[in-house]
Design a protein around this ligand. Sequence first.
Ligand code: FES
Length: 185
Amino acid sequence: MTSHTGPDDVIATAAQAEEATGNGGDSFTTLPRESYFSAEWFEREQELISSRQWLYAGHESEIREAGGFVTREVGDESVIVMRDENGEIHALFNVCRHRGARICPESSGSAKRLVCPYHRWTYGLDGRLLGAPAMPDTFERTKYPLHRAHACSWNGLVFVNLSIDRPSSSGVSSSACSPTSTRST
Ligand code: FES
């Protein structure tokens, strides 16, 4: 019977090695074979990396003008990284607040607005809901902006972080990169 080495076993061993030596890398030469194909490892990576860490999403030069955007797949999510009219960069979940359709199919481009192809809900460059056709007069658009991830820029490098909590900037830079937006509900 072969022994099973799960991601948490490796994490625990690394933590022990780090505590013992102050250097968690010395005791490893390679990852176990399961790490390359197992669903368990993939899920743990998603949990520990994709949904918590600052991840590089592109360079500011890719979205130099207002309306410039790139879309990035982060774990299971699609995120629109977009510059607004004030020059601020936003990381917006590419999921319509109406029925959950994917809003932006392109990997990059420029847009004046984000318009969902399904029922034409229309969002501003900062994710605010601007138009919702066929909704009743009592409908409060302000309650339905696109969900946001955290975004920051450091020396022209743009990072996103899908953490629900406000992440620290330490994973990106010691000081220069402060999160610029927070994930909304
Ligand atoms: S799903 Fe986007 S407008 Fe209906």
